[in-house]
Design a protein around this ligand. Structure first.
Ligand code: AMP
Length: 207
């Protein structure tokens, strides 16, 4: 099965992807991660991509196709895509070569996503993640693992989050519409527990 996972920041995309990968033994393909790996290895492609990523812009399609084609071919029949496709050209490239079984949209209102993202904390010492709404530490502001201080990511303030969300909508709206027209879109309510979301996804995939 080839799947695409689309969801706003804070919709629980990472958690759901992990569970689907485990259940179906799929390959999780995340273009953002692939680019970050190229950057850390200082490849030519990584250096080119970094210029765009630093400005918060999409990397030109030719570089994206370059990094993703081989990976898609290797995983064909058993992948879950995250962060790709981001525009119609990428969508058409994908559908030309690969059969997509479903596109899962984790649907969450912007206000909910903002609330969730503002509740994120991490330990400044060991990096462990918390969320004061869903995964609070035993003791307020203190890491369970190492006793370090829990802090908020610099870009998890309301203004920065709102900007990221606007960008998400601008990028994904046309892609979501495209898949809806092709009858491939499975809309799942992301304002539920991770377990309930997972069960909904499985039920919708079975239909
Ligand atoms: P992400 O972690 O998915 O937010 O991706 C981080 C950055 O990598 C994005 O802001 C883009 O600059 C770049 N990127 C990731 N995936 C794509 C893609 N499918 N098309 C173009 N640029 C991408």
């Amino acid at each position: 099965m080839n799947l695409i996972l689309i969801g706003i920041q804070g919709s629980g995309k990472g958690t759901q992807a992990k569970q689907l990968v485990k259940k179906f033994d799929m390959k999780h393909i995340t273009t953002g991660e692939i680019f970050r790996k190229h950057i850390s290895q200082r490849t030519d492609l990584g250096m080119k991509a970094q210029e765009y990523m630093n400005k918060g812009e999409l990397v030109p399609d030719k570089f994206v196709f370059n990094i993703i084609e081989g990976t898609l071919n290797e995983a064909n029949g058993n992948f879950i895509l995250d962060g790709f496709p981001r525009n119609i050209t990428q969508t058409e490239f994908l559908l030309n070569e690969f059969k997509i079984d479903a596109v899962i949209l984790l649907d969450l209102k912007d206000e909910k996503a903002i609330e969730r993202l503002m509740a994120r904390r991490h330990c400044e010492n060991c990096g462990k993640d918390y969320n004061v709404l869903f995964k609070p530490p035993k003791q307020n502001g203190i890491c369970d693992e190492c006793g370090g201080k829990l802090v908020t990511r610099k870009d998890d303030n309301k203004e920065a989050i709102t900007k990221r969300i606007e960008k998400y909508h601008a990028e994904t709206n046309e892609v979501v519409k495209y898949f809806a027209e092709k009858n491939l879109l499975l809309k799942v309510d992301a304002d539920q527990t991770p377990k309930a979301i997972h069960e909904d996804i499985i039920a919708k995939l079975k239909k």
